[in-house]
Design a protein. Sequence first.
Length: 417
Amino acid sequence: MDKIIVEGGRPLKGEVKIAGSKNAALPILISSLLTAGMNVYTNVPDLKDIQSIKLLLSTLGAGIETDGGTVRINAGGLCIHEAPYDLVRKMRASILVLGPLLARLKKARVSLPGGCSIGARPINLHLKGLSRMGASIELKHGYVEATTDGLKGSEIYLDIPTVTGTENLMMAATLAEGVTKIRNAACEPEVVALADALNQMGARIQGVGGTTIAIEGVSSLHPVSLRIIPDRIEAGTFMVAAALTRGDVKILNCEPDHLEAAIHKLRLTGLGVKIKGNSVRVQGQNSIASVDIKTLPYPGFPTDMQAQFMVLMSVADGLSMISETIFENRFIHVSELKRMGADIIVSGNTAMVKGVPNLSGAPVMATDLRASASLILAGLVAHGQTTVSRVYHLDRGYEMMEKKFAQLGAAIKRVDP
Ligand code: EPZ
């Protein structure tokens, strides 16, 4: 398994281009199941999770062609309604095929995704919403078995503004009979991007980006050609990297509006942030102020930026409190950061971070996607060498991360031991 070796202490300088958003591309590629005909998606990131979803879609009968960042999908041949365990376990967002399969084939058998390192991640709200729309759902042998005589519009209240739950229900509702209202819906930019894609396919969705979404079902949808929005979490990760290394980095092809909360907090730490259209120049400062954060559903501070921000706070001046309110176990990176000299105390869903003058390089192990990014960030600023193992976690969500950092002047390389 590959490892990444980083020699810390070099300030990052130069320009970096942000790739398409993983969490927008996944539901949008899956939305191709809702229609027959050729959909064309550009700016699709080259990630393990994207490869997994393309494999799943082709298993279901969709035709797929990939040419660099352009992916063409024709689900006219959709004929299989089963998403097998060995595919779903690799990528839990596969559960997003449930809504489209029910809408298109009126049946679906999808493996339960199971938990993951950051939490139990149940899908009860996905299932409750689909039941409200007239699906009969059974859980058998680790699978969701769902059938319907035809989905009907319904009023759905989500106890939690679940991102993929909102996306699953929104896709199912596009072909349901009548109007579906989803209350307490998620309003992340990736949810808005999916709704925009569906509306370009002929769906009738209103209110997306707010907390109540109305979807008027139509009889069919037509294929679409569209560009995937930039990955806001990749952009935020590079902003933290510039702050940590006291660098000067221009981040291109990003959407600053999607990162308001993170930019606000980074500015409070002292980071210079100059926004110009879809590029952001970030200039690190010698002193880093300690800032408290609490992760919240959008537009609050994104949970996917929590681990990265914690690395910055671990070398800040003073004490910061980091509260994780979205997932119950998203402090796994703390133990590895402490091995690098960070001074962090965790109590429940809050971490108290006391800034130290510097971190020291060490062999560390990645455990999940964003935790692995945080360990790379720590290596960029630590004294000495850091070796991050199990970087397959990183490859799920970051396109050529070590190459992008190397182009910015970092001493970083990937080795296959
Ligand atoms: C999406 O996951 C993202 N993944 C996650 O990004 C992101 O961290 C998360 O939203 C929160 O922003 C994709 O979009 C593919 P949720 P999702 O359903 O939809 C609970 C990354 O690093 N919940 O919004 O699975 C759940 O346990 C990944 O790119 C229920 O209780 O997250 C969690 O505590 C990690 N029942 C909270 O809601 C449900 O039916 C938010 O989860 C669904 C969710």
